[in-house]
Design a protein around this ligand. Structure first.
Ligand SMILES: N[C@@H](CCC(=O)N[C@@H](CS)C(=O)NCC(=O)O)C(=O)O
Length: 238
């Protein structure tokens, strides 16, 4: 059994999609991020970085009977692939490298840059023109890169892999920053195909009750501090 410390965000949905794809038994432990659940000291034994998602595997790879924690959504996808005998990582070495490259690209590029675009467009105090332009441009640039890749290949690593599972929920989230996918026909084709997979549907329906769905959600000062301010710092530093 795998405990998934979870919020229904793109990073959380990567993991719920992979668990649905592989059929591994899991239970969700829902976190109230606005309430600062992820800042509690006891969460540190699962994720030293105080971010979601993270998993605790009670029947880990390698046995030993000691539960094993994994953090960082990309590392969780790779761990779950190993656990499922290499599922959704291509066996062919060249495709395998492609899956690793596009997974790293998602983790180091698309996720963080789109995350900053979400921050400046939706959560930062109004009037942050520089941040909105910088991360909005980068978000669009990365979509153009993705569109070009998906014009060359049906899936990022030619076959469906963890790289698609990592990327798809972030493309889905572009609706929250009012970024149209119309200029990206190859993304549109791939987005439909991946989204039609039953496991992807189940994985995103899981706890799919985003309470932050409006373009500019209203946060209380306490909630803002838990996500972006003093409380957030205290949670990681304390
Ligand atoms: N690189 C990390 C990012 C994790 C992350 O930032 N998660 C967000 C939710 S999607 C979070 O925990 N936010 C809480 C906060 O910023 O305080 C991953 O991919 O797992």
């Amino acid at each position: 059994m795998i405990d998934v410390h979870f919020v229904p965000t793109p990073n959380g949905h990567k993991v719920s999609i992979m668990l649905e794809e592989t059929g591994v038994a899991y239970r969700l432990i829902a976190y109230d991020m606005l309430g600062g659940d992820h800042l509690k000291p006891e969460f540190r034994r699962v994720n030293p970085n105080h971010r979601l998602p993270a998993i605790l595997d009670h029947d880990p790879i390698g046995g030993g009977g000691v539960p094993f924690a994994v953090f960082e959504s990309g590392a969780i996808l790779l761990y779950l692939s190993d656990k499922a005998g290499g599922a959704f990582m291509p066996a062919d070495p060249r495709r395998r490298s492609l899956a690793q490259q596009w997974l790293m690209w998602q983790m180091a590029g698309l996720g963080p840059m789109h995350g900053q675009a979400h921050h400046f467009i939706r959560y930062a105090p109004e009037g942050q023109d520089y941040g909105i332009a910088r991360y909005g441009n980068e978000a669009r640039r990365l979509l153009a890169v993705l569109d070009r890749r998906l014009g060359e290949a049906e899936y990022l690593a030619e076959e469906y892999s963890v790289a698609d599972m990592a990327t798809w929920p972030w493309v889905r989230a572009t609706r929250a920053i009012a970024l149209s996918l119309d200029p990206y026909p190859n993304i549109g084709r791939w987005f439909e195909a991946v989204g039609a997979r039953p496991a992807v549907m189940r994985g995103t329906e899981v706890k799919n009750a985003p309470n932050l769905s409006s373009l500019r959600p209203t946060l209380t000062p306490e909630q803002w501090s838990n996500l972006f301010g003093e409380n957030m710092l205290k949670g990681s530093e304390g």
